[in-house]
Design a binder for this molecule. Structure first.
Ligand code: ADP
Length: 312
């Protein structure tokens, strides 16, 4: 008997006499404590440590997005600590605009993290297909991202890696902030870590200058996200990373003429070198870009591929 068969049988999923294809067995996962069986479906994406799969609970038929992290990928203590920190932090969160954390367990091979399934993947996938988004769509997505981020900031949690690939979209086209791999509790200025983390294009000048990450650095990233959704490219993108860093430090970017006056004003008010001069999340929501423009109540899934027809 192969080790796969032994593992699946001991987990209680299969009658010992039932023989199945090896490929089928490889797709079964049993939670050690509850004995619940899950069947692995399509690959949703690959991350730093993890592969993310659709997984179906065979008893309830409920579908989850499950991060599968092989123990071999997190064998060093600091890697394991990082995953444990992400799990503890994510577990404590509960909000409509935060990817829901269900449960986690491990077997001999992997760590499994069960998350809310977002069938439309992320805004990065949507933007890739659409190239740019319209201003009403940007208001629709950004409003929900801001609600999720507000939930974190009032609890003194910084996300520190806000980017399109971390905004997940569920079946109903609702947006959920996810991936808490770099998230941390806000510390007083003198105790903040000075290490650079996050995606280079969206790093705030003060983070690049090793002055630590405060809530204002998340707001900066949000400004970069807004710019990227409207124009199809990040504001400080160049072919050379050093040049990107120089542009960020100098806040040197071009404002596309296609942006409305309100969008131009909001982007330039967020992308301020001095963190204290950036607007708060509430101020952003009260800006003309949101209050004077149409915000759809819902978006049709076809808008993942095509410009939606909105009844403005
Ligand atoms: P990393 O943490 O390295 O950014 P993740 O492991 O969080 O990567 O995610 C890898 C990929 O899996 C993502 O790019 C996304 O496509 C997919 N993914 C992650 N979480 C979900 C989810 N809740 N629903 C749907 N797809 C997801």
């Amino acid at each position: 008997m192969s080790s796969d068969v032994q593992k699946a049988s001991s987990g209680g999923c299969l009658h010992p006499k039932v023989t199945r294809e090896r490929t089928d067995l490889n797709r079964m996962v049993t939670a050690p404590k509850t004995g619940k069986c899950y069947c692995r479906g399509r690959l949703l994406g690959k991350g730093g440590f993890a592969r993310c799969y659709e997984m179906t609970d065979l008893s309830s038929k409920r579908i989850y997005a499950v991060k599968v992290i092989p123990h071999s990928r997190v064998s060093k203590p600091h890697q394991k600590e990082k995953i444990e920190k992400e799990i503890e932090l994510h577990k404590s969160l509960s909000n409509k605009h935060i990817v829901k954390f269900y449960h986690n367990f491990e077997d001999d091979e992997n760590i499994y993290i069960f998350l809310e399934h977002c069938s439309h993947k992320s805004l990065a996938h949507i933007l890739k297909a659409r190239r740019t988004l319209t201003e009403p769509e940007v208001r629709y997505y950004l409003r929900q991202i801001i609600l999720g981020l507000k939930y974190l900031h009032v609890r003194d949690i910084l996300h520190r890696d806000l980017k399109l690939g971390n905004f997940f979209v569920n079946e109903n086209m609702e947006v959920k902030v996810g991936d808490f791999g770099l998230a941390t509790k806000l510390l007083p200025v003198d105790q903040r870590k000075r290490t650079i983390c996050g995606t280079p294009n969206y790093l705030a000048p003060e983070v690049l200058n090793k002055q630590g990450h405060g809530p204002e650095a998340d707001i900066w990233s949000l400004g970069c996200v807004m710019y990227t959704m409207l124009s199809g490219r990040p504001p400080f993108e160049t072919s050379d990373l050093k040049d990107t860093y120089r542009c960020i430090r100098a806040v040197e970017y071009s404002m596309p003429s296609s942006f409305s006056a309100a969008a131009k004003d909001l982007v330039s008010s967020i992308l301020k070198k001095n963190p204290e001069q950036r607007p708060t999340l509430d101020a952003i929501m009260h800006h003309d870009f949101f209050t004077k423009g149409f915000i759809p109540d819902a978006l049709h899934p076809s808008s993942c591929l095509m410009v939606p027809e909105l009844n403005i």
